[in-house]
Write a protein of this length. Structure first.
Lengths: 294, 281
């Protein structure tokens, strides 16, 4: 196990060293997170004049509110589609890239490009392609006889934000899959080949199981991404609409709190989101521990 | 690999070329749009080859901006840059100090500090936006660089990356420094920080991207155009209501907004992959 490190002496110094980090954390993390917990137990009038303690009533109201429940459903469906698309496409690309010797660097460099692009910019790019009046792809679809207008059609709007979000996430997954594939010992794959397993069989019986820790880690990260970091895409492309079609939970927190000024409900929604992130993070860390054991 | 089957190799190239096409197509079309005039973009279908107005569109974007927005790319790029650099440098400095204290000292309350830093990994800004907004407004930091930068320095990724690296440093080095009678701060500045160069660079790349691509937070706290970052500017330019959006200027701005992070990632590809797969965040 780990050896005891040589340690510096100092009574005040370590605290002074931690001070800047702690100030930032207390002021910008613990204070607001505490406020969110507090606010979620209060009902406030829109002008912020009076506050009333209501316990868990904000939460009860949320779970009775069909609009909120539909937002929860939409968030899960959204992350299912985004994670599914981004993982499948990137695994396919990584499998191909790891067996290619010519032009490998060019492929890799271009495929990681979207990682550097902000979600909101990803939204702008795809919105432009699919814009009903000026979009190139929208024009193509019209030529093919599809009535395309994502501003009116809920399913088209949903598909568009899924595409933009998956596009953004492919690079991240691709990098991790490449790293994961490199860690699979070649001898194992060769042994399977000598035993007569063809490429497809080798993939399912050797590569895929050995890759599963990476895949699981990425699955969690993709869900976190689709739940939280896609705010920019939704805000830019659909603003949660048409109707409620793309109103994911993070966007609803923003809409109800910042635009609608319903602080109690917005804080309760924040608390629910916090619980979701904590569960996902714990899952992810348990997995990291398991990986260390291997 | 094992079989060298030309057909398989060919299929792999086809898959990769298709992948690259999907990834690059939206970027290419945005670039094409940024080199035409508005009339050619709005006639369907818009051209799919670059036009001749590259120079004049980008000059207009950088120095004047879109008509419905008083802010030009020049100003917004400066703001994005200040925000990204402030977040990266600030976070690297406070994380180095904190990780130094956590690894090389023993003091009462150590694990308490460790856990309070650790828990920040869990809650992204998106889940505590309203209360964070209120804190910043109480502190009078709306529409200020401090308000844009400080709350983004919370997450503990830096502390963790540096802590991991510090723990691999052989204790002999620390003992030697102690025997030479060097003070902790001298050890930190003259030995530890130079040894950590690679991790610092990796952290810088990750934090620069993170800072440059922030959207929700500046959206909440900047209402004055002189504090708009590029991403906010793009959103505002598109909010034209019934009027015609100036697509050629918006797309030029979009390309310019993408350029710095993309260049950072591509030029520092190795470092950035290392930093990313090691912090796993």
């Amino acid at each position: 196990m780990q050896t005891q490190k040589a340690v510096f002496k100092g009574i005040l110094l370590p605290y002074l060293l931690l001070l800047p980090q702690m100030v930032i954390i207390v002021v910008f993390f613990f204070w607001p997170a505490g406020q969110a917990l507090m606010q979620s137990m209060f009902m406030q009038d829109p002008f912020g004049i009076s506050k009333e303690f209501v316990g868990f009533e904000n939460f009860e109201n949320l779970f009775k509110n069909p609009e909120y429940l539909s937002s929860v459903g939409i968030s899960f469906t959204f992350s299912f589609f985004v994670a599914g698309t981004a993982l499948t496409v990137s695994l396919f690309l990584a499998m191909s890239a790891s067996h290619v010797y010519k032009g490998e660097l060019v492929y890799k460099t271009l495929i990681i490009w979207p990682y550097a692009v902000a979600p909101v910019v990803a939204g702008v790019l795809w919105m432009f392609l699919f814009n009903p009046t000026v979009g190139v792809v929208a024009w193509l679809l019209r030529q093919m006889g599809v009535t395309w207008n994502y501003l009116l059609d809920p399913i088209q709007a949903f598909a568009l934000v899924v595409i933009a979000a998956s596009w953004k996430q492919i690079s991240y997954n691709f990098l991790f899959f490449i790293a994961g594939l490199q860690n699979i010992p070649n001898t194992l794959v060769e042994a399977a080949a000598i035993d007569g397993a063809g490429p497809t069989r080798r993939f399912w019986t050797v590569i895929f199981p050995l890759l599963s820790p990476t895949t699981f880690y990425l699955l969690v990260m993709n869900i976190i991404f689709s739940f939280f970091e896609t705010f920019g895409i939704i805000h830019q492309v659909t603003q949660g609409g048409p109707g409620q079609a793309t109103n994911i939970m993070v966007y609803k927190v923003y809409k109800d709190g910042y635009l609608g000024l319903d602080l109690g409900s917005s804080s309760a929604q924040s608390v629910i989101l916090m619980i979701i992130v904590i569960v996902l993070t714990v899952l992810q860390f348990r997995f990291v521990e398991r990986k260390v054991e291997y | 690999m094992i079989e060298r089957n030309p057909l398989r190799t060919f299929i792999r190239h086809v898959v990769l070329v298709t992948g690259v096409f999907i990834v690059m197509f939206p970027v290419y079309i945005a670039f094409v749009a940024s080199t035409h005039d508005l009339a050619s973009i709005t006639q369907a279908p818009m051209p799919i080859r670059p036009g001749l107005l590259f120079f004049s569109n980008y000059v207009q974007a950088i120095f004047e901006g879109s008509k419905n927005l008083g802010s030009a790319v020049g100003v917004m790029m400066k703001n994005s840059f200040i925000m990204a650099m402030g977040i990266s440098i600030g976070k690297i400095v406070i994380s180095l100090l904190a990780a130094f204290a956590l690894v090389f000292f023993k003091f009462p309350g150590q694990s308490f500090f460790f856990w309070s830093v650790f828990i920040t990994l869990m809650l992204p800004i998106e889940v505590r936006i309203m209360p964070s907004y209120k804190v910043i407004s109480d502190l009078g930091m709306l529409n200020s660089y401090a308000g844009l930068i400080l709350p983004m320095m919370v997450s503990a990724t830096g502390v963790f990356l540096f802590r991991q690296f510090f723990k691999t440093i052989p204790r002999e080095i620390v003992e030697a420094a102690q025997m030479d009678g060097s003070s902790p701060m001298r050890f930190f500045l003259q030995i530890l920080v130079p040894m950590t160069k690679t991790s610092i660079a990796a952290m810088f790349v990750i934090q620069f991207l993170y800072g440059w691509n922030q959207y929700l937070w500046p959206l909440l706290i900047t209402t004055e155009e002189k504090y708009y970052t590029l991403l906010i500017g793009i959103n505002r330019m598109l909010a034209v209501g019934d009027q015609q959006a100036e697509w050629q200027i918006i797309m030029a701005t979009t390309i310019l907004a993408m350029l710095p992070p993309v260049l950072v990632v591509i030029s520092m590809q190795k470092l950035f992959v290392k930093g990313m797969t090691e912090t796993e965040k």
